[in-house]
Design a protein around this ligand. Structure first.
Ligand code: ATP
Ligand code: MG
Length: 179
C-alpha cells in the first residue's frame, strides 16, 4: 500500500479535484517516496512525462518508481542510450530521456513510438524534445528547484492528461487527506 502524499514531503497543497497537485519534497528520499505512491497507479499503456531542469530529480524519481515496483538493480540515466528497458513482474517499463534527441524524426526512426502507449509503461524525461510526435500523457510531473527550501528542496507539480491520470491524482489526494 502506498504512503500518503503528505508523508512524501511536508505539504500537499489543496487544489480543485481536476487541477494540478503540488507536493513539496524536502530531499531526494521524499522524491522517491512520492514516486512509490505514483508507482501504485501505473499499469500497461500508462504514459508519464517528467519535466524539469537538469538535475531537478527526474531520474531520481524514476529510480523511486522502479524500486517500488520491485526492481533491485542499478537504475542508469538513459541520457546517452535514450531508453532503458526494465522487465518488471507487472509490465515492461521504458525509461526514456530525450535530452540529446536532435529531432522528432530521430525517435520515430528508432522505433520508439512502438514502445509508448502499448503494453508497457513509458516514463519520459525531457518529453518537450519530442513533443510533436508523442501521444498526450496520462500524467505530467514537473520538478522544480525550491531555492527557499535549501539545496535539496524541490516542488513537484502533477497534472492529469487523461481520465486515468485524473483517477491517479484523485487517489493521491485521497491518500493525502487521510493522514
Ligand atoms: N529533492 C530531491 N529530489 C531529487 N533529487 C534530489 C533532491 N535533492 C537532491 N537531489 C539530488 O539531485 C540529483 C538529481 O539528479 P537526477 O539525475 O535525478 O536529475 P535529472 O532531473 O534526471 O537530471 P537530467 O535532466 O540531467 O537527467 C541527484 O544527485 C539527487 O540525489
Ligand atoms: Mg535524468
Amino acid at each position: 500500500m502506498s504512503k500518503p502524499v503528505s508523508n512524501a514531503s511536508s505539504t500537499a497543497k489543496p487544489a480543485p479535484d481536476s487541477g494540478p497537485l503540488t507536493v513539496a519534497l524536502v530531499d531526494a528520499s521524499a522524491t522517491e517516496r512520492l514516486a512509490a505512491q505514483v508507482a501504485g497507479e501505473l499499469g500497461p499503456g500508462f504514459v508519464l512525462f517528467l519535466s524539469g531542469d537538469l538535475g531537478a530529480g527526474k531520474t531520481t524519481f524514476t529510480r523511486g518508481l522502479l524500486r517500488a515496483l520491485g526492481y533491485p538493480g542499478r537504475v542508469k540515466s538513459p541520457t546517452f542510450t535514450l531508453v532503458e528497458s526494465y522487465d518488471l513482474s507487472k509490465f515492461q517499463l521504458y525509461h526514456f530521456d530525450f535530452y540529446r534527441l536532435s529531432s522528432d524524426r530521430d525517435w520515430l526512426d528508432a522505433g520508439f513510438d512502438d514502445l509508448v502507449g502499448g503494453s508497457g509503461v513509458a516514463v519520459i524525461e525531457w518529453p518537450e524534445r519530442a513533443a510533436a510526435s508523442l501521444p498526450p500523457p496520462d500524467l505530467r510531473l514537473r520538478l522544480e528547484f525550491d531555492t527557499a527550501g535549501g539545496e535539496q528542496a524541490r516542488v513537484a507539480r502533477l497534472e492529469a492528461g487523461s481520465p486515468r491520470g485524473l483517477e491517479c491524482l484523485r487517489r493521491l489526494r485521497a491518500a493525502s487527506a487521510a493522514c
